[in-house]
Design a protein around this ligand. Structure first.
Ligand SMILES: [Zn+2]
Length: 150
């Protein structure tokens, strides 16, 4: 049987960022509204996706490869925006992570993880990817620790 003939587009896979090819993270219209310049809200359709690549200049895109660049978005987290905290919701920065590593005790990271578990946590509505910052904070902590050879 002809393999190409059998091949159908896999709709279960998220579309990839038109710029860097990274898998998109589906976000709600609410998240896009909170992070995109008001005049550009119609620039992409639903569902919208977040490009989680650290270095890519695209913030959001849709299935038709229409994009919103970092320059037209705000409240993005580090390192997508170098001037912003890693977790905007609790204000945890990359410097806080380095301080934790210098202390040898992850006091600041633990505080964010605890706060994020509270019912009042706002990560999912405040974070640019519409998700809790915990996994991202922990990943960053582990990566930083590895980089420092600890
Ligand atoms: Zn990208």
């Amino acid at each position: 049987m002809n393999k190409a003939f059998c091949k159908e587009p896999d709709n279960s896979l998220p579309p990839r960022c038109p710029k860097c090819g990274n898998d998109g993270v589906e976000v709600s219209a609410h998240t896009v509204y909170a992070h995109v310049k008001k005049g550009l809200l119609d620039a992409i359709g639903e569902p919208a996706y977040w490009c989680a690549s650290d270095t890519c200049e695209i913030a959001y895109f849709d299935a038709y490869e229409r994009t919103i660049g970092i320059v037209d978005a705000h409240g993005l987290y580090w390192p997508k925006d170098q001037n912003n905290p890693l977790c905007s919701c609790h204000g945890l920065t990359i410097d806080d992570i380095d301080s934790d590593l210098a202390d040898g005790v992850p006091t600041r990271v633990r505080a964010v993880v605890q706060q994020a578990a509270q019912p009042t946590a706002i990560c999912s509505s405040t974070s640019a990817d519409g998700r809790s910052c915990v996994a991202r904070v922990q990943r960053c902590y582990m990566r930083r620790r590895a980089e420092m050879g600890k």
